[in-house]
Design a protein around this ligand. Sequence first.
Ligand code: TXA
Ligand code: MG
Length: 316
Amino acid sequence: MDKIGTDITRAASILAQGGLVGIPTETVYGLAANAFSPEAVVKIFEAKKRPLFDPLIVHTHSLEAALVFVTAIPNRARKIFDAFAPGPITILLERNKEKIPDLVTSGLDTVAVRIPNHPVTLNLLQELNFPLAAPSANPFGYVSPTTAQHVQQHLGAEVDYILDGGASEVGLESTIVGFEDGKVIIYRLGGLSVEDIEGVVGKVELQVNSSSDPRAPGQLKSHYAPGKKLYLEGSEPKGSDYSKAAYIGFDNLHKDIKPENQLLLSKGGNINEAAQKLFAALRKTDALDVDIVISAKFPESGLGMAINDRLKRAAG
Ligand code: TXA
Ligand code: MG
């Protein structure tokens, strides 16, 4: 049987039996398993070749359902969820250790909770009596998938089924937020902008730059990387051969690179459109006959901050 399809009942039954399913979300596709089952969750780490110290996000359909596996939902978390969930935001909450196995959180006291905004996956979650642990459905270190075909390309042999929900609309992983000493901290920039979050809870602190903190290995420096060496525009080696370079730009072509090797993310200069297309463009550069990839620097506001973050990490 074809592994890609739209059969939610089939996906639910595979998950109930401890299998792995690729799921669509508005950010990127996830590689999902029963979050209450260590036997199911370990398959995620094996499929992705992901180190066990890198904790997973737990996906659920509502705050009420989340109350089963966290000890409490503090007021500020509730405010953020009320404003943006379902949506591209993940919040670190205190874990109910009876429900969420150590493997899911790498033994941390917190669990990352997300309510994804995709009708197919929300329907799926409603059919299940457990939440879904799901990292992005890419091999560890590679670019995240934004279509069912991307999942098939690299993890087709490892998954039991891939639910096709079309291309992810946001295109960047969720923004990860937590609380420390009364402060709101952003641990990963993502599909919900800092400005939007500050509009609801006031000033936040960014802690997105450390590269060795096991609390958010998504912060690992070399991550989201395509097969070709990537440079931020201006930092490519002197004397680079532009006839063998690809360009990922915003709305303007690079003057020295062949037009057929250039991928503009939004000709109209729309930053949300650029975010939506970024990962597919990075993947496309793998197939081009070039030696290096050069990327533009995007405006540092709205989703531009998260785009620049991913490009910096891809550059390593
Ligand atoms: O948009 C998304 O968030 C996607 C879709 C599939 O939901 N998922 C995703 O998962 O990006 P993943 O595993 O690729 O990234 C999850 C990040 C990792 O960097 C991990 O370290 C961090 O979340 N994380 C998970 N649980 C955590 C926790 N308890 N404390 C701190 N960081 C945590
Ligand atoms: Mg990931």
